[in-house]
Ligand binder design. Structure first.
Ligand code: SF4
Length: 676
């Protein structure tokens, strides 16, 4: 496939876009580079800025390749978007017979076996004992059951309602719970298996990063054989794989096991005879439940701590106790499964046998993961993640060896993102000699559309007057922008203090993370002219608000990883003297670029990115950070930033008036959150 062929095919595809699109230079360069990488069996890292049209830039050569290509996206929503919009367009434009499939994790599909069990148990059966009588759940269960009758894919994304997670859990199984199609009486009609079969027959298979991680963690048991891999939002790959290749154990997971086992054992004839005696099956469940409480307390006492050499002290004792109790529970479940098998009508292939099998699978998986703690090597790190529900985490210090062996040495890989941190390919395990790097820029005129303002005069954060100075700066900028601000913070406490201060000082509506769900906040932000949104890490990525709603992105400080983060600390130790350059700086650069990237989402957007951290103007490493950002004009003068913001605000207000949209309006400043 020549470069001209790729250009012609891309042209045909783009011409079908609504209104007849045009191929962008960066998009074409990307498509040709992807085709070259596939043909030569090499890897490619492409930085493709917002607006490049990168999904068509990689899908066109993927379809032309004549190989099976797996495309991994960051989210399930992006998977669905590729399948419903981009891939039909690409196959039509390249005149190929459509051959693509979406594959998601098992828990995204309705489990036919569990639906049958629910039907056999009656109307409330699916909800479990604790939920019986809850009207809302009952209504949701009815709607899911109705949908189960007519769906042909079982894909949860098709459901018109967003069911309560507990309800959905009762109609689905996780990968750990499923015994596999051969051991399941409903395996022949299984939706998850059907999706896998469709994927195995398709030329392009769209998955998400978590499923790619699950495939690597299971030695290739999840994805079909494939010849090439494309990873979109590749800056997230390291974190997702770290989670997939490790494990997370908290009291909630242990209690869920106990609940599953209790439900499975609940119908046991032995239990009905013997009741809840000390040696009866119920006591094994209760002992696991009691160990969950002890685990929660022990984890709470070690929150944030790195566990060198595994769990020790009280936590070590609780982990050992829990492992023993799970083993005892497994023995109980095995006995019950044997009884069920001998019981004929409720045989191991029937509902009760399947419930027991699922409980056994979950128990075995948890016990295996607890055992990992006793076998920690120098390539693993374990720690206790704090918060309201503390968890015990185990993760690989470095994901590169696994990726090198199972991915980069096996097939050509394309990594793409709007923000590619420096050294990404090497960090992930790609052979440098086999890897091409390409920056195709962005079609936006950043020099005209956006201004990067660094508040170089602000005092060092450690000084007591620093926060007041930051609030003064923030108030002046928000006022000049007429609200229309997304303020991104690295700490929840700093975000809350700033939101409170701005509510007192300014009349613009201030929305803050935690006031409502993320989607509700974004909806309100987009709908209300002049609104400001204050948020932390969850909003640095994936927020897409084009238009005059957003004219100012404020970043309170350079988002370096926390010095006390146990995983980062382990990675720094391994990197030695170069840790700051190889661990901290690339992560901060990538996240800073993601945050700044919220500003310009379309060719008509204009605005200011204000970084209220003087290190961006003074630190020796500042150019590593600035180079990662979109190529905006730069200034250290607040007056210049304010003047630009006022111009944007004036133009936006006039357009809003002309378009009949209510003008951004300032209300009197308020003195408390409740008064908003
Ligand atoms: S194989 Fe059986 S248990 Fe597993 S998802 Fe399919 S229907 Fe459910």
């Amino acid at each position: 496939m020549s470069a001209d062929d790729v250009a012609a095919a891309l042209g045909e595809v783009v011409a079908q876009l609504p209104g007849g699109g045009e191929v962008r230079d960066g998009q074409l360069a990307m498509a040709q580079a992807v085709a070259r990488a596939f043909a030569e069996g090499r890897h490619l890292v492409v930085r493709a800025g917002t607006g490049t049209g990168k999904s068509l830039g990689y899908l066109v050569p993927a379809v032309l390749a004549g190989k099976r290509v797996v495309v991994a996206t960051a989210t399930k929503a992006l998977q669905d978007q590729l399948a419903s919009k981009d891939l039909p367009l690409v196959f039509a434009g390249t005149r190929r017979r459509p051959s693509f499939a979406v594959l998601k994790g098992r828990s995204n599909y309705l489990c036919v076996q569990r639906v049958r069990e629910a039907q056999a148990a009656g109307a409330q059966g699916a909800l479990g004992e604790e939920d019986t009588g809850r009207a809302k759940l009952g209504e949701e269960a009815r709607r899911v059951a109705e949908w189960a009758e007519r769906t042909t894919t079982g894909d949860r994304a098709e459901l018109e309602i967003e069911p309560d997670p507990r309800l959905w859990a009762s109609f689905s199984v996780t990968a750990d719970e499923c015994p596999g199609a051969f051991r399941c009486p409903s395996g022949g009609e299984c939706f998850a298996e059907a999706a896998r079969n469709r994927a195995a027959a398709a030329d392009v298979v769209v998955v998400n990063l978590h499923l790619l991680g699950a495939d690597l963690a299971s030695d290739g048991a999840v994805l079909p054989e494939h010849d090439a891999l494309i990873v979109d939002e590749a800056h997230e790959l390291e974190d997702v794989l770290t989670a997939s290749l490790g494990c997370s154990i908290g009291a909630g997971r242990v209690r869920a096991l106990a609940a599953t086992a209790r439900a499975a054992l609940g119908g046991s004839p032995r239990r009905r005879r013997s009741g809840a005696g000390a040696d009866g099956p119920e006591s094994a469940v209760d002992q696991v439940m009691e160990a969950a409480d002890r685990l929660e307390r022990a984890l709470g006492e070690r929150a944030g701590e790195r566990l060198r050499g595994g769990a020790s002290g009280e936590l070590g004792e609780v982990v050992a106790l829990l492992a023993g109790r799970i083993e005892r529970l497994e023995a109980e479940l095995h006995r019950a499964a044997g009884g069920a098998k001998a019981g004929g009508a409720e045989g191991a292939g029937g509902e009760r046998g399947q419930r027991l099998t699922r409980a056994l699978l979950v128990a075995g998986r948890l016990r295996e993961q607890l055992a990992m703690l006793a076998e920690l090597g120098e390539d693993d790190v374990a720690w206790v993640e704090g918060g309201p529900r503390p968890t015990l985490e185990v993760a690989p210090v470095d994901v590169a060896p696994v990726l090198k062996e199972k991915v980069f040495d096996e097939r050509p890989v394309v990594l793409t993102s709007a923000t590619v941190p420096p050294g990404l390919a090497a960090r992930l395990g790609a052979d440098q000699a086999r890897t091409e790097e390409l920056d195709v820029g962005s079609p936006f005129a950043y020099q005209e559309q956006a201004l990067l303002y660094c508040a170089a005069h602000l005092p060092d954060r450690r000084r007591p007057d620093a926060e007041a100075a930051i609030h003064d700066e923030l108030a002046a900028l928000v006022d000049a922008a007429g609200g229309r601000t997304l303020a991104l913070f690295t700490s929840r406490a700093a975000m809350e203090r700033a939101a409170e201060a701005m509510r007192k000082r300014l009349g613009w509506p201030i929305l803050a993370q935690g006031d409502a769900s993320k989607s509700a906040l974004l909806e309100e932000f987009a709908a209300e002219a002049g609104a400001c949104l204050f948020a932390t890490m969850g909003f640095w990525q994936g927020v897409d608000v084009p238009g005059a709603t957003l004219a100012l992105v404020v970043i309170d400080r350079i988002p370096f990883p926390r010095p006390d983060d146990p995983l980062m600390a382990a990675r720094r130790e391994r990197a030695g003297p170069s840790a700051f350059r190889t661990i901290d700086l690339p992560r901060a650069a990538s996240l800073l670029a993601q945050g700044a990237g919220r500003l310009v989402r379309s060719a008509g957007d204009r605005g200011v990115v204000a970084v209220l951290d003087s290190r961006l103007a003074t630190a020796s490493y500042r150019w590593d950070l600035v180079r990662a950002l979109p190529p905006m004009r730069r200034t250290k003068e607040r007056a210049e930033a304010e003047a630009f913001l006022r111009t944007i605000h004036r133009d936006a207000s006039q357009a809003e008036q002309a378009g009949g949209r209510p003008k951004a309006r300032k209300a009197p400043a308020v003195s408390s959150r409740a008064a908003r």
